[in-house]
Design a binder for this molecule. Sequence first.
Ligand SMILES: Nc1ncnc2c1ncn2[C@@H]1O[C@H](COP(=O)(O)OP(=O)(O)OP(=O)(O)O)[C@@H](O)[C@H]1O
Ligand SMILES: [Mg+2]
Length: 512
Amino acid sequence: MTDCILEMRGISKEFPGVKALSDVNFDVRRGTIHALVGENGAGKSTLINVVSGVFPHGSYRGKYILNGEEMRFLHIRDVARKGVACIHQELNLAPDLSVAENIFLNEKPTRHGLVDFDAMHDQSRQVLERIGLNTNPLAGGISPEERVGRLGIGRKQMVEIAKALTRDVSLLLLDEPTAALTGAEVDVLLGILDGLRRQGMSMIYISHRLDEVMRIADDITVLRDGKSVETRAREDMDKETMIQLMVGRELTNLFPRVPHRRGELALELRNYSVRNPDAPDQHLIRNVNLKAYRGEILGVSGLMGSGRTELFTAVFGAFREKGEGGVFINGAKADIREPRDALDRGLVIISEDRKKYGLNLVMSVKQNTSMSALKKVSSRFIINDNKEVKYAKDYVRDIRIVTPGIETLVRNLSGGNQQKVVIAKALFCDPRIIILDEPTRGIDVGAKYEIYKIMNELVDRGVAIIMISSEMEEILGMSDRVVTMSNGRITGEFDISEASQEILMRASVIGR
Ligand SMILES: Nc1ncnc2c1ncn2[C@@H]1O[C@H](COP(=O)(O)OP(=O)(O)OP(=O)(O)O)[C@@H](O)[C@H]1O
Ligand SMILES: [Mg+2]
């Protein structure tokens, strides 16, 4: 037996107009975690897709060697039989099925030929607990009976991980598994991966969170423009070097903080509450009082499940339950019943769940960017193609969307570049108040920097920005003021000069 479970030799893969991988060499040593890092569009997911069989033998060039044997996989199923499991970047769950049904989607436990629901629920509870999750819904946990569509994106990710671990796996591929998780959940997950490694499992781990990579990886490979530029043992790597290898230049200051000048009050919530749609006698959000000003970035910090997303989705008019209490925009009471009402008042939300609210994957980059504000590019209901083209091209350039062209379908962009299209789309309708929910999730360090710069420019032009983020560094690096949420309430408000990681963490766990 070789000491490498996987050896990829000279892998090349092309899409129309794009060389996604060129001559990539990549080995995974048995029982280790091999991290794969690189900018958006560098080819990470493509490489994972070759390994997991999404791209069959013949659709790429090069050699795929598993356990010392050359493989010519034609079907994902055959790859799975060899003990390779993949958790893809885009979640793959059936929203209408329960957590347990999703975990056992392919092989449900049966009894006398019928699905044995009790066994399925028990076994689901076991895998969820094995990966360190609380399964008591009364204590904020995930119940195996819960419908997956009801779960937030962080919890969906956990279910996805549980699903991969129900089979016998020797090589686990994880494409940005922690992108939606908060600090404590990341710790749990990394603990689980470390445990699996001790049991001899090998893993490929993709992440844009470089601190995490430095904590968990044994080896690190940097991809740039489809090429493997360097592989090093973790001991011989540091974050700065990694960034430099990724972006091909030095990037010292990750947060372009500039002084902001607070203007008038833009959005105010007074005693704002939202009922729990599943238990209308309870409140998900309770008595929130909050002010957001023009020319300011207000950070919203809190743990997964603290109600941040629900609060602002309700304010935007897109939550299943309408909020109670006062919403004031520019001093006037605003009755927002649906997203249209919010958009009419210049309020937009850029969501963490890009598939749900953000993008139409089968439309082009151009169509997606202009979708929310067709008025701007049309006169008398006729779309002016020249204008639409110009706007789309401007945005592609300004926020550096890596795409062969503006006619490319969004489905064919890398994950991070899809997220950039979401942002372009929101900016297109000239918003005055922007709620960003995890704005840089899955976005590489270089592009993050570009997005922060755009935020600064918007604030400079008098826009009010509310930024929900689980990344403490981002909150501390970009906000002017921070509120913390826990259990559906605001538990603290801090000027950035008085905020620190410890202070925010403490305020985020009040009442839990
Ligand atoms: N199905 C496809 N059709 C056409 N082009 C594709 C397809 N899948 C990926 N690409 C292109 O291949 C390149 C590599 O994409 P890939 O998804 O591997 O990047 P990535 O490193 O995973 O980026 P991210 O960090 O944004 O997820 C990109 O330019 C992307 O647009
Ligand atoms: Mg990817």
